[in-house]
Design a binder for this molecule. Sequence first.
Ligand SMILES: *Cc1c(COP(=O)(O)O)cnc(C)c1O
Length: 377
Amino acid sequence: MRAKTKLIHAGIVGDEATGAVSTPIYQVSTYKQEAVGKFKGYEYSRTGNPTRNALEVLISELEGGVAGFAFASGMAATSSVMMLFSKGDHVILTDDVYGGTYRVMTKVLNRFGIEATFVDTSDLSNVEAAILENTKAIFLETPTNPLLKITDIQEIAKLAKENGLLTIVDNTFITPYFQQPIALGADIVVHSATKYLGGHSDVVAGLVVVNSEQLATDVHFVQNSVGAVLGPQDSWLLMRGIKTLGLRMEEHNLNAQRIAEFLDNHEAVGKVYYPGLANHPGHELMKKQTTGFGGMISFDVGSEAKADELLSKLRYFTLAESLGAVESLISVPARMTHASIPRERRLELGITDGLVRISVGIEDVEDLLEDLAQGLA
Ligand SMILES: *Cc1c(COP(=O)(O)O)cnc(C)c1O
């Protein structure tokens, strides 16, 4: 099955009992047992729900894994994966990882004795040097947020295997439509499905896919024990969003390439970060491990004041957190998504006060270009 067909035909399609073409929303908490312990695969909806299950099978097939799991948010998914580890274990993470991931590692899970080190994973030697006796996993984000740094998943997975570590990839920014980390050697994929997978700014959700039966058992144990599961309504909405993922990603990609080239040639714009630009340091690597460059662009306008001026003039770019939806969104990472990272550390990473991030939507690109041109003038 080719990628776009898979989005429509993978997973559990429709309903056997009625012939319904769309998977029904099983708005149910508990299931009748014929005798004690004798039931038809479902006993209680925290443990398993048919609508959620259809989504879980779908994402597992899209990522080429063994099993999938749906959570109440991307952070619930990431936290639940981190609960595979124990007090005294150590995890290496990408340095400009999503702000919420940085926060949960340094303010919550550290209190339970799970240690974290943040390094620039786009350079393998940094990762090698960070491996300790108690290291259990390497957690990557590629492309990163908001600087779009690219890490070689295959190289990291090889290093991880040599050292008996798990490779975990946050695939939110590029989605399985363009990048499949498990085929590149990763063990676990996590998603904020709130972004491209949902795609319409109408659902908060997280997904996990694993590459082995053992990990499937372990993640399901945490999912059922901790209970941060996705409800049936939201599971259904997410499946509806995923059907058009291919069409949307193609359009995000085309629009973003045009806009990145425009920004790169604009005199009011400093550095432009987009992996589809030939001058981006991760361009060749991105071509090797993905089939598209995605819809996220960051660029520097020089100062907080200039960023604010641009924001006030734009018509089609909505000022909002989040990304990956049909409508174009704009944000200032330093004061929004990455505000939980201390300023000094932000500047170290290159997240300046004048850095603006756009999530390019699927509007007509000519309108978006005109809007940016008048905003920057
Ligand atoms: C948004 C996001 C998350 C967190 O997901 P939520 O659904 O907001 O909890 C994690 N990783 C990345 C890359 C994100 O963009």
